[in-house]
Design a protein around this ligand. Structure first.
Ligand code: NAG
Ligand code: NAG
Ligand code: NAG
Length: 214
């Protein structure tokens, strides 16, 4: 039976705000002199991450939910995302998804290293930093690899994923279905329509969505 890694579904999130692309690094900012024990990210990098020195921390643009930074060290670079208001479960699910994608050896994704809580609330994820080359715009190769990834990520449970995750910060339900059309209709489109109905108190969109044959 063909199945897929649910995280990758490129579903349209009706509720998420469009993110304006912010490409590249902004100016290097002063190196924070946080004591080791105050910052679990630095603590991990300087112990299990096997670095003895962090030589720079630079913000990375592109996302709109979390803060993203590149940490340069004498043991290479790390990519770190933090969120001050969402606890570890969001990044834990992201790490499980990244690991699943990584294991397929198809689309190149960063290997997740560590997820944990920040000291004053929120959470972080530390992963491999991938240096982008100049040839990254061939969409046909991307499409092929995406198909290979879904084939390699087969499960006899059908279509879904072992954990629920998020699209942006919106919950994404990955409950297993034996039928991909049912999965997509119910857990992708239908769930978004339900969220829209709950949030805006207007059932018109929901009813229109459900009037499509499914
Ligand atoms: C964390 O997530 C919330 C969504 O709950 C978002 O509004 C907030 O801006 C996020 N980012 C950071 C950097 O804390
Ligand atoms: C993209 O890659 C495919 C497969 O390698 C190749 O046939 C195609 O010419 C490439 N397209 C561009 C725009 O480079
Ligand atoms: C995912 O969310 C759905 C809906 O809330 C729930 O029924 C299901 O048990 C959750 N799955 C997991 C693995 O937590």
């Amino acid at each position: 039976m063909v199945a897929h890694v649910g995280l990758i579904s490129l579903s349209v999130s009706l509720l998420s705000m469009p993110c304006l692309p912010r490409i590249g690094f902004t100016k290097r900012r002063p190196f924070p002199m946080a004591a080791l024990s105050d910052d679990p990210v630095q603590e991990w990098i300087l112990t299990e991450g096997k670095a003895t020195r962090i030589t720079g921390i630079r913000p990375v643009g592109g996302g709109c939910i979390n803060l993203a930074n590149r940490y340069d060290t004498d043991a290479g670079s790390f990519f770190v995302k933090t969120n001050r208001s969402i606890g570890p479960p969001m990044f834990e699910a992201e790490a499980i998804g990244l690991d699943a994608m990584y294991e397929t050896r198809t689309i190149r994704v960063p290997k997740p290293f560590k997820v944990g809580p920040l000291r004053n609330g929120g959470s972080y994820i530390i992963m491999e930093y991938i240096e982008f080359g100049s040839s990254r715009s061939n969409q046909s190769v991307l499409g092929r690899k995406l198909a290979e990834m879904h084939k390699a990520g087969k499960s006899d449970k059908g279509f879904g994923f072992p954990v629920n995750n998020t699209v942006g910060s919106t919950p994404q339900i990955n409950t297993w279905c034996s039928d991909w059309i049912q999965f997509y209709g119910e857990h992708r489109l239908g769930y978004q329509l339900k969220l829209a109905q709950d949030q805006y108190g207007d059932s018109t969109i929901y009813q229109r969505g459900y009037s499509f044959p499914h």
